[in-house]
Ligand binder design. Sequence first.
Ligand SMILES: CC(C)(COP(=O)(O)OP(=O)(O)OC[C@H]1O[C@@H](n2cnc3c(N)ncnc32)[C@H](O)[C@@H]1OP(=O)(O)O)[C@@H](O)C(=O)NCCC(=O)NCCS
Length: 132
Amino acid sequence: MAEARTGLRVALDKVADGAFIGWCGLHRWDPIFRNASLGYCLDDVAWGHGYATEAVRALLQWGFATLPIVRVQAEVDTRKPASARVLEKAGFMLEGTLRENCIVNGEISDSWVYGLIEREWPPPASVVARVG
Ligand SMILES: CC(C)(COP(=O)(O)OP(=O)(O)OC[C@H]1O[C@@H](n2cnc3c(N)ncnc32)[C@H](O)[C@@H]1OP(=O)(O)O)[C@@H](O)C(=O)NCCC(=O)NCCS
């Protein structure tokens, strides 16, 4: 992605011991429409410690400061409420539902579409206080 200039993916390592725990990335970067999509995946042993939230916030901070983007979008399998929560804590707004958009292990599911626009970043303290 980096070579094609369509996005990037960063490795997430724990500060304490350097263990690789997953990745976080911006992909489908469109320099004309000035948007990109966010994705992430963490090893399940690393869940529940706030690592995804920390990584997403850091990548958004870098992305809005570095890339000429005005919007970041993320699509979340509706069976993954923890993932939706990570986005809401970063200030993303739920914008709609893509029906039967993903198939995992042969099972079809809807996806929620979340969006964050540059002028809403970083989320105001009132939003952070409300959603965490
Ligand atoms: C989704 C995922 C990234 C979360 O990683 P994580 O490091 O555990 O996330 P965080 O700890 O930063 O935040 C998770 C939040 O979801 C909440 N949560 C956990 N399970 C939940 C559930 N079943 N329903 C609602 N919220 C839930 C947690 O309480 C936490 O919110 P809080 O801080 O307000 O308490 C991780 O589960 C994962 O990699 N899943 C598989 C891949 C995936 O879903 N990728 C996303 C595709 S866009």
